[in-house]
Design a protein around this ligand. Sequence first.
Ligand code: ATP
Length: 273
Amino acid sequence: MNEQKGWNVLEISNLTKIFNRGSINEVTAIRSLSCFVNKGDFVTVIGSNGAGKSTLLNLVAGTYLPDEGSIRLGGHDVTFWPEHKRAAYIGRVFQNPLSGTCASMSIEENFAMASRRGLGVSLKWGVTRRDREFFKEKLRLLGLGLEHRLRDKVGLLSGGQRQSLTLLMATLRRPRLLLLDEHTAALDPRTAQQVLQLTEEIIREMELTAVMVTHNMRHALELGNRLIMMHHGRIILDVAGEKKKALSVQDLLHEFSKLRGGDEIADDKMLLI
Ligand SMILES: Nc1ncnc2c1ncn2[C@@H]1O[C@H](COP(=O)(O)OP(=O)(O)OP(=O)(O)O)[C@@H](O)[C@H]1O
């Protein structure tokens, strides 16, 4: 995919996603949502439970197809591209540290798989000496000593080590777009902070375009150049640059309480600060 100059990395137009259409369980998870993400944007996304954050990432990644609307990636219409085709251009890290890596394979085999992602049908996952040096160089950046454990099975690693590895693997081939779906939510606070710092460094050094869903308002404010708040499948706040820098947790709580009438707020995961 040749990224056409001047295009937004991601353009979403009038996107709607309805689950269980026509049944009593019908849910409109995304409602006529439009937005664009510029090259180099690092967007943090917050919102109440069920606001549609994960569904939006799933639609962008191709896990789900929309009922209406379109998605353009790097100027190309990918609305009906299958997930595996989009995976060549999208890096993704999920909340569960177990989902991004294969436990029964070694660190170097996991890396080899990630480095060949999107390169066609070849299943040659053999690791060359050159590969090994490259993997070691990347792993050294983590400061976790994993560069000395290339042949260890990934299942032996801690959640934080595994999530850091997943992050490296997801960005190995410099994706056009990095999607982070609450990728530190399952980690203890100290490990989460380390993985967030790594996230910030990788995005900055590789000049990636990223969208990060989080329930933690402090993280949403501290990271990225732009913040989006979602509610009931819509974007209800979109601030960038200096305006975002000026936002406080209190401001976000205020926005949120306006939506909820101020009384249900205590039960919501979004209150993490
Ligand atoms: N596969 C599915 N089938 C049916 N309904 C779904 C499915 N996925 C999501 N939903 C519904 O769509 C709505 C949006 O869910 P989504 O998971 O995108 O919200 P979210 O903002 O990520 O929430 P949370 O912060 O709780 O993870 C919710 O009402 C949810 O129950």
